[in-house]
Write a protein that binds this ligand. Sequence first.
Ligand code: PXG
Length: 297
Amino acid sequence: MERVIYFNGTLLPEGQVRISPFDHGFLYGDGIFEGIRAYNGRIFELEAHLERLFDSAKSLLLDIPTGREGIADAILATVRANQLHNAYIRLVVSRGPGDLGLDPFKCPDPTILIIADQIQLFPEELYETGLPLASAALRRPSGDVLNPQIKSLNYLNSVLAKIEAHQRGVPEMVLLNQLGHVVEGTGDNIFIVRQGTLITPPRSAGILPGITRRVVMELAGEAGYTVQEENFTLHELYNADECFLTGTAAELIPAISCDGRVIGSGRPGPVARALRTRFVQYSASHGTDVYPGVSVV
Ligand code: PXG
């Protein structure tokens, strides 16, 4: 079935969507996006994604004409039009068409695009066996270069790290900041576990403040674990009891080695497994109803 795409206020078959060659999202990566999940007929953490989108837009002085309500309605309409209950939703707001110069103020009409589809970031068996990781030679840019809290269409830093991952023969990379602290993966946040305590880099390390990260921190707190936001180095990652990554696309996936150093037992650890179970249960039962009035199992 051809996908139905939301494009600037209308729902169109995929083949009819026409993005201008002069769109600054395409010419300059000038724009922002969100990756959002629907589980079991509910949009997971919709409000949090909208808040992050509008925070990113504010930093870029990008005015989203529909407002928050308009975007929320458009997301729901797109998922409904594709008759999906479980989906990966990609919401893109670009600066829109302008001329060949960089000036964003010559682009009066942002482009709003919403795709509702599926995603499988890592093969299913890696959720059982755990990911081997490697650390990238490439560093994350610091906040004074390109603030990682802005979820912008500039993903070249992550793309280059993903290329490194392929060359190192691992599915995912760990990136460090300029100080040598572990920051995050190419599209996921990182946690280590030491003596039952969860440690994840603080915002100030230069992370994208992940929504999955925040939910997992809350679920871990409820489960009785201590969670600390603290800088750590590769040495601490190598010597952790456990490690896992979190993200909308990746969900929660255990990691079992980094740069050839076996982490803990070399198998997904008990904390990662327990939190993954809690995350799966929580995400399947919380969120904004896409089909209100229709009972979901
Ligand atoms: N860090 C970065 C750099 C991200 O891009 C996350 C952390 C996790 O945040 P959430 O809010 O999703 O828990 C992301 C989000 C991909 C892909 O294909 C990943 C993201 C977005 C789009 C695609 O790996 N990551």
